[in-house]
Design a protein around this ligand. Structure first.
Ligand SMILES: [Zn+2]
Ligand SMILES: [Zn+2]
Length: 303
């Protein structure tokens, strides 16, 4: 941890090139303290970022000190990093039909919301869950009910926090493989808390939507607008896909290097109906510098 901070300090501030009119960032490591993510994101040339606020595959509750949160806010203001997006731990399943697991998930998700509020994050992204053991319709209803239960007495609106339901690859029992399913969860909760959507391009493609042909991309945007509404898409996860359209295989690839290709990203980034959205890569790091290259690849597509 100390060494990491030393390295960051020694390098000194450096102005990243290609500032754009769009909010573009990447999922960033919080190693050495949550606020270090802000420093890293800035150095990668981002003006927005996504983080995990706890270990993504562990249940252990994670305490954030007030000092850490204050430092995060200071660095975000200094570097103009907004919005701050937090991705929920992968273990949380609010659609679980097992009472004990559901209880654990609700508690963990409440912790996610509390940390997001403490960090003054704008968005908390959640996968709608897996309905194994029940059916899709009941799963969607239960996810909505569990979100309501987990956020009871927490004032999200006052904290400026919106929960975003992410579309998924739609494999096996996972909810959210269609825009309609995401819209359904949002509709159930719209009247009780700030809720909107996060659309992942890789998930969209492997779930079967066309993001490859120009005509197909516009048709997919039309479907998205007719269901969730483009104004409700607050974050776009920009990931190319290793797997074929409709394969339900969620394998992220570098921007422009996968089965989707650059065109979809160019169209999404330049569509004025999505100008309010944050575009965040969750691309792999196969070799050093891949994170910076993917951020640059997205920025170059802004016209
Ligand atoms: Zn995603
Ligand atoms: Zn994914």
């Amino acid at each position: 941890m100390a060494r990491e901070q030393d390295i960051l300090r020694r390098r000194g501030p450096k102005r990243p090139p290609h500032l754009t009119s769009r909010r573009i960032g990447i999922h960033t490591s919080t190693a050495g303290g949550v606020f270090n993510a802000a420093e890293r994101a800035y150095r990668l040339g981002c003006n927005t970022l996504q983080i995990f606020s706890s270990s993504p595959r562990q249940w252990a509750p994670y305490e954030l000190s007030e000092l850490q949160c204050a430092e995060m806010s200071r660095l975000r203001a200094l570097y103009d990093l907004k919005p701050l997006v937090i991705h929920t731990n992968y273990l949380v399943n609010l659609a679980s039909s097992t009472e004990q697991f559901l209880q654990k998930s609700v508690e963990a998700f409440r912790g996610e919301v509390e940390r997001a509020l403490a960090l003054c994050a704008e968005y908390l992204v959640l996968h709608p869950g897996s309905y194994r053991g029940t059916n899709r319709e009941r799963g969607l209803l239960q996810t909505a009910a569990a979100i309501a239960a987990a956020t009871k007495d927490l004032d999200l609106a006052k904290g400026g926090l919106t929960i975003l339901i992410e579309n998924t690859a739609g494999s096996e029992f996972s909810l959210g493989g269609s825009f309609e399913q995401v819209a359904e969860v949002i509709d159930h909760l719209r009247s009780i808390l700030p809720i909107a959507a996060c659309i992942d391009t890789c998930h969209t493609h492997v779930a079967g939507y066309d993001l490859v042909s120009e005509e197909g991309i516009y048709h997919t945007l039309k479907q998205l607008d007719a269901t969730i509404g483009l104004n409700n898409v607050k974050v776009v996860h920009c990931n190319d896909a290793k797997a074929a359209r409709g394969s339900k295989l969620d394998r992220h690839q570098h921007i422009g290097k996968g089965m989707i290709g650059k065109q979809a990203f160019r169209i999404l980034l330049n569509d004025l109906r999505l100008a309010h959205a944050a575009f965040i890569a969750e691309t792999p790091i196969d070799k050093p510098g891949d994170d910076r290259r993917n951020v640059q690849a997205l920025k170059k597509l802004v016209q």
